[in-house]
Structures are given as C-alpha cells and as structure tokens.
Design a protein around this ligand. Structure first.
Ligand code: C2O
Ligand code: CU
Ligand code: CU
Length: 487
C-alpha cells in the first residue's frame, strides 16, 4: 500500500484492518512492501533551441527513505536535475564547483567534441566553468547522463550522489505507440551510509571490486511507483548510475520489450524476461499493461557478473548481489470508468540501424589487474599491462576510420568497457555474433571473455578516453587515452 494512504488511516486502525485493506487494494502482485510516490524530477527542458542553466555541485543533506543523508548533489538534488534537449539545440551550463575537491562534468553518451566534454579539465573548489556545446542535428534520441570525471575522484564523487540524466528527444519519441506511453525515469544508485547519514567506508574489498552499498535507490527514492494504465504502455528508462554494482532486473508478470540501448533505439522491440545493466549502461523498455490491475515489483535478482564468462571468476564481491530486492514498483492507475480497455499494441518498427562498414584496423585490448608499487600501493588496474598516464597517448586513430577493437578480460573480475565521444556496435562476444544490432557505449566483459566492437570515429578530432566503468578500477588506472587525428 502507499505510504500516503497509510497516514490517512485513523488512530484505531489495527494491523488486521491494514492487511485486509492491502489485499483489497492490491489484487495483483506485491502486498507487503511500502512504495513511495512516483518520482518528481526537477526538469530543465530546452526552449527556442537553448538549454540554459546554472548547475552547482555541492554537499547537501538529502532524504533517502527514513534517513537524512549527507550527500554530494547537483543543485541540492539526487539525482541532479533532469536535462532535456533536442538535436540541434545549444546547451549552456554555467557550472560552479561547491565541493572541497576538484571536479568536472562528463556528458556520458553524448556525441560532442572532447574539447568541450573534457575529462582532463580540473575545476578547483569555488571555481566556475561554462560548458557550451551544440547537440548535432543528426544526434539520436536516447537516455544519456552526466557525472564527474576527475581521475582519482570519480568513484568517490559519483558514489556520494553526483549524477543526472540528460535526455535527448527525437525520432524515437515521435513513434505513435511510444508517444502515448507513460514514462518513468529509473536512476539506479546504491548508497552506503553510517549511523549519522554520512557516506560510509566501504572497506578494503572496495579497492578490488569497487565500492558498493546495501541501500538501493531508484531516482533517489526507496521503491518508487512507476505508473501504468490498464491497456496502456509504460516506458521505463533505466540507468545504472552505481559506480560498481551490476543489476539484473525483472518485472513481475510482465515481460519487458527492449526499444533502446546506450546509444539510442534498436530496429524493432526485443522481448526480454530480464535485463542486465553494468555500471554506466542504459536501456529503455516498453511494458504492456495487460495484467490484473495491481502492483508489480521491479526486482533486482541475484547475479554475479564475474561468472558470466567462459572461465568463470571468483571475484564477485561488491559487484554482485546474492538476494532479490525490490527497486521500484509498477502500479496500475485506478480505472475511471468500466469501459472495456483496449490492449495497447507495441510498435513493430523503431529506428533502422545501419551496419558499419568493414574495419580498416583491428586492435587488441587486455583488461587485468596487478599489485601496484612496493610501498603498499595496493591493487592497480591495467589495460594492455599499463595503468593510466595523463601524459601518454595510448591509441591513435584517424578521423572517419572504422575499427574493430577486441577486448579480452584476462583477470578475475567483470570490467564494463566504456568509450567516450563515439558509440559502437557489438560484433561478437566469445565468437558468437550479437543477437541484434544496437548502439552501445558500455559493454561488460566477464573474466575469460573476448568482445569485439566496431566503431567509426566521426566528426571530432582530439584527445578522449576509454576506461572501465567500475569507477574504482578507472580511478586505479584502468583508462587509456585515445587521440583522434585529422585524416
Ligand atoms: Cu560514464 Cu567516462 O564515463
Ligand atoms: Cu562516458
Ligand atoms: Cu573494471
């Protein structure tokens, strides 16, 4: 039952009455878990071709369920304001660093110049920086996001709450069935808090598998409601904004119909019974409201990403979950009349994905870890045996070249491989070709696995990065510099 209904009940209400009320109100699905009202985002939408805002990263006390948590926020919110723009729009973000550490902003998944989306930039405490760019006219619609990217501090700042959605509206949003769908934005983020509500030390294992916490939130709420009408469609936009936790999600009694991945729409919906999200990944799914009206849980299922590969790893640790937990709940809206509702149909076609031409070059990348320095340097994470060096260029490519990158995990933990500036298509995973074409910017590589991705380096020259999106791994060296040169 809903929390707000609970408070409407009188003082004499007994547990038995509550139970009968619950079972009457909730004919389908879950009857025991408290949900919170649908999330109200602070939205900033572009108008007349301009998305303009002031954005400040600052410490702020935020309510997480029953806890007053001392977090790091954008404009006092967790997640930060939801930004929404369209292809061709200009973006102007006047950013202030109100933290006690240097930071910067990365626009994860946006195809914009690395000179602007510059992870080498350090904005000192108290300083300001204006991010100005244009979303290309041909930019796909999709679910993108922004978060700090100052090497060495990324995991810490993201874990403390700094992340927000950046939605690009476009062609996908114009498909009639999708237009009518009720949209929910689900930003999955775990927290570890101590008794005073401060970010807790996640222990020595965090150095290995990345920091994680036991408090799972969806868009800053504990188990928020996602509305759906009987006979209607819900569109769920799911983002894994956790620095190291993987999610395997399923929705009670409702298959999910995948319509978009990291880089935008796929060609036609693909039915899934569950969906795995590595850190940094996004999906959009449609859900049909064709069950008995009620509440249905979106459940994070037990999952160990380290066991996904052929060899199977032992190092699940903080990355894995060993119990089921509800992260959000699909809630049917009360029917206003008893008119026969129609079955909402799914769109049959979405957006065509043009396969990339044959590559002119194939490169190999091996992901692994080792012990750093002799003076108790701890674990280091490496790409092709090297830790990140800001003064070294690891890979040079030519503008407009098409390349295949073969990424092999020779270690014992899962590593979600991510690249900035351009998106890619997965060609094969352990020699098996991808089941459907999709645009991606993160792909998880389990121990023993080899993944082959194909990309074209379009529109922008300059220095950018690729890295593991388990951000403790990135902060401990698992990042390389890519230079895109004029052909
Ligand atoms: Cu979401 Cu380089 O990051
Ligand atoms: Cu990114
Ligand atoms: Cu990693």
């Amino acid at each position: 039952m809903r929390r707000r209904d609970f408070f409407k009940l009188g003082a004499g209400t007994t547990a038995a009455m509550l139970l009968s009320q619950c079972s009457r109100d909730v004919p389908g699905g879950d009857t025991s878990v408290t949900t919170s009202a649908p999330v109200q985002f602070q939205k900033v939408v572009s108008s007349n071709g301009l998305l303009s805002l002031d954005l400040e990263a600052k410490p702020q006390q935020v309510q997480l369920g029953d806890i007053n948590a001392n977090l790091l926020t954008y404009n006092g919110k967790v997640p930060g304001p939801l930004l929404e723009a369209s292809p061709g729009d200009r973006v102007q973000i006047r950013f202030t660093n109100g933290l006690s550490q240097p930071t910067n902003i990365h626009y994860h998944g946006l195809h914009i110049s690395p000179d602007v989306d510059n992870v080498f930039l350090g904005i000192s405490p108290g300083e300001q920086h204006t991010y100005e760019f244009q979303i290309p006219d041909d930019h796909p619609a999709g679910t993108f996001w922004y978060h700090p990217h100052k090497h060495g501090l990324v995991a810490e700042q993201l874990f403390a709450g700094l992340a927000g959605l950046f939605i690009v509206r476009g062609e996908l949003d114009e498909i009639p069935e999708i237009k009518t769908a009720q949209e929910s934005f689900v930003v999955l983020k775990d927290f570890a808090l101590d008794r005073s509500g401060n970010i807790a030390d996640t222990g020595h294992m965090a150095a290995m598998t990345g920091r994680a916490g036991g408090l799972l939130t969806a868009s800053g709420q504990i188990n928020p409601e996602m509305p759906i009408r009987r006979g209607g469609l819900a569109r769920l936009r799911l983002l894994n904004a956790s620095p190291s936790r993987f999610y395997r999600l399923s929705l009670e009694d409702h298959p999910m119909h995948l319509i978009a991945t990291d880089g935008g729409a796929i060609a036609s919906p693909v039915e899934l019974s569950d969906v795995v999200l590595a850190p940094g990944e996004r999906v959009e799914v449609l859900v049909q409201g064709n069950q008995v009206a009620g509440n249905y849980r979106l459940i994070n299922q037990p999952f160990n990403p380290a066991q996904g590969g052929m060899m199977g790893g032992m190092m699940g640790g903080n990355q894995s979950s060993d119990r089921s937990e509800t992260v959000a709940t699909l809630v049917y809206e009360r029917e206003t009349d008893d008119e026969e509702t129609q079955e909402a149909s799914l769109p049959s076609e979405l957006i065509t994905i043009t396969p990339l031409p044959e590559p002119s070059e194939t490169r190999q990348f091996a992901l692994n870890h080792g012990m750093g320095g002799m003076m108790g340097g701890g674990m280091v994470f490496l790409i092709n045996g090297k830790g990140f060096d800001p003064s070294r260029i690891d890979t040079q490519v030519k503008l407009d070249a098409v390349e295949d990158w073969e990424i092999t995990n020779t270690g014992s933990m899962a590593h979600p491989f991510h690249i900035h500036t351009n998106k890619f298509q997965i060609i094969s995973q352990n020699g098996q070709s991808a089941p459907y074409a999709a645009w991606k910017d993160v792909v998880s590589v389990s121990p023993g696995e080899t993944v082959r991705i194909r990309m074209a380096f379009r529109d922008y020259t300059g220095k950018t990065v690729y890295h593991c999106h388990v951000l403790d791994h990135e902060d401990r060296g698992m990042m390389g510099i890519l230079e895109i040169q004029q052909a």
